[in-house]
Design a protein around this ligand. Structure first.
Ligand code: SD4
Length: 338
C-alpha cells in the first residue's frame, strides 16, 4: 500500500502520501516549503545556472524570484524545466542512457536550513530534482537510490514514463558500434544543470540534476546527487554547484571545499579556482592527462557575490539579477592544452 512502508516504521514526520502527492507534482505549492522562516528582508535576488542552457533555466527561476518567490522554489522550477525538455540530452526526459540503454537520473537539492535530499540511479521518473526535494521534505532520510527511489516516487504520485527518447536511443545505438567509454570535455557529454539562487528574503538554495555521464556503467553514480560534491549550500557562507567529470569532483570533495574557501574569506571565483587547482593536482598525482577531464565550480555568496572557475576552458554559466538581466559568462580556468 502506498506510503505504508514508511509510515509502518512509525516515522511520523513522513507526510501522508495522499496529501503529499499533489504538492509533489507541484513543488512550488509544497505546504512545508523551505521549512524555515525568512532570514533577512531586502536582499537582492540572483540566480546562477550551469552551461549555455542556464540562460533558459535562469529565466524560469527568475519568474519566481523576481516576484518574491523562495530560492528553493525558483531553482527547482528551473531544474524541472530542463528535465522536462526532451531536447536536453543531459538531464531528465531524453537524457543519454547508460551503456545498457537505460536512462538513470541523479539529483540533489539543499536549502538554507541545512536540509538536503538526494536521489541516485533513478529510472522512469523525469522530475529527479523534485523527487530529491520530496526526500528532503517528506522522509527522515537524505538519499534514496534505484528501486527505492522509484518506489518512493510512485508513492508520492510522481509521473513515470519511458525516459529514452528516439534521438537518445539512436545516439546510444551509434555508440554501441564501438562501445568505447570516452567521456568528452565540455559540450559532448555535459549539460548537467546546477542552479544556485538567493531570494529577496536572503535565503539560499541549490539544486543539481543530471542523467550522468553518457554510456556509464549501469549503477554508476557521479557527483551530482552527492551533497558536498556536486552541491552544497551553507546559509552562513554561500551556495556552490559543480559539473564535469563526477569522479574527479567527488575525489576532491568539490562543492563543500569551495564553500569552505569562501568561509575562510576567499571571493567566490578564487574559492572555485583553488578547488579546480586541487582537481588538477590530483589528476597529476594519479598520472592522468588533464586534457581528458573537466571539473567546473560555480559559487554564490549569501551576499549575492558570484564567480566560477573550471579545470579547463569552455565552462559557461548564466547569471540573472535585476541590475544586469540574464547573461552568459565564460568561467576562467586553471589549465589549458595550449
Ligand atoms: C556526472 N557531473 O554525472 C556529472 C556530469 C556532468 O555535465 O556534469 N555533465 O559526473
Amino acid at each position: 500500500m502506498q506510503g505504508q512502508g514508511l509510515l509502518g516504521l512509525g516515522l511520523a514526520m513522513v507526510w501522508p502520501a495522499q496529501g503529499a502527492s499533489e504538492s509533489a507534482k507541484n513543488p512550488a505549492e509544497s505546504p512545508k516549503g523551505a521549512a524555515a522562516e525568512p532570514l533577512k528582508a531586502g536582499a537582492t535576488p540572483i540566480v546562477l545556472s550551469t552551461w549555455d542552457y542556464g540562460l533558459r533555466t535562469n529565466e524560469v527561476a527568475w519568474r519566481l524570484l523576481s516576484q518574491g518567490g523562495t530560492a528553493l522554489d525558483a531553482v527547482l522550477a528551473g531544474a524541472e524545466f530542463a528535465e522536462m525538455d526532451p531536447e536536453n540530452a543531459y538531464v531528465g526526459l531524453g537524457g543519454f542512457p547508460d551503456r545498457d540503454g537505460i536512462v538513470t537520473l541523479d539529483a540533489s537539492v539543499m536549502d538554507h536550513g541545512y536540509n538536503m535530499g538526494m536521489v541516485a540511479g533513478l529510472e522512469q521518473v523525469p522530475r529527479a530534482a523534485a523527487l530529491a526535494r520530496a526526500v528532503m521534505e517528506r522522509t527522515p532520510h537524505t538519499l534514496l537510490v534505484g528501486d527505492g527511489a522509484l518506489q518512493f516516487a510512485k508513492e508520492q504520485g510522481f509521473e513515470t514514463m519511458n525516459l529514452l527518447t528516439p534521438s537518445s536511443e539512436a545516439a546510444w545505438k551509434r555508440w554501441l558500434e564501438t562501445s568505447r567509454y570516452l567521456p568528452g570535455v565540455n559540450v559532448e557529454n555535459h549539460d548537467t544543470m546546477g542552479l544556485v539562487g538567493l531570494d529577496a528574503q536572503g535565503r539560499l538554495a541549490g539544486v543539481c540534476t543530471t542523467s550522468g555521464m553518457a554510456y556509464k556503467m549501469h549503477g554508476r553514480v557521479g557527483d551530482t546527487p552527492l551533497i558536498g560534491s556536486g552541491l552544497y549550500v551553507d546559509p552562513e557562507v554561500g551556495a556552490v554547484a559543480a559539473t564535469g567529470h563526477g569522479e574527479e569532483i567527488v575525489r576532491a570533495g568539490g562543492s563543500l571545499l569551495v564553500v569552505e574557501g569562501m568561509r575562510r574569506g576567499l571571493d567566490p571565483e578564487e574559492a572555485c579556482r583553488q578547488v579546480a587547482q586541487r582537481v588538477l593536482l590530483q589528476l597529476r598525482h594519479r598520472g592522468k592527462d588533464p586534457a581528458l577531464y573537466q571539473a567546473c565550480f560555480m559559487a554564490l555568496t549569501k551576499d549575492g557575490q558570484y564567480g566560477a572557475c573550471a579545470l579547463q576552458p569552455g565552462f559557461t554559466y548564466a547569471v540573472q539579477d535585476t541590475e544586469q538581466g540574464n547573461r552568459l559568462l565564460q568561467a576562467p580556468h586553471v589549465w589549458s592544452k595550449l
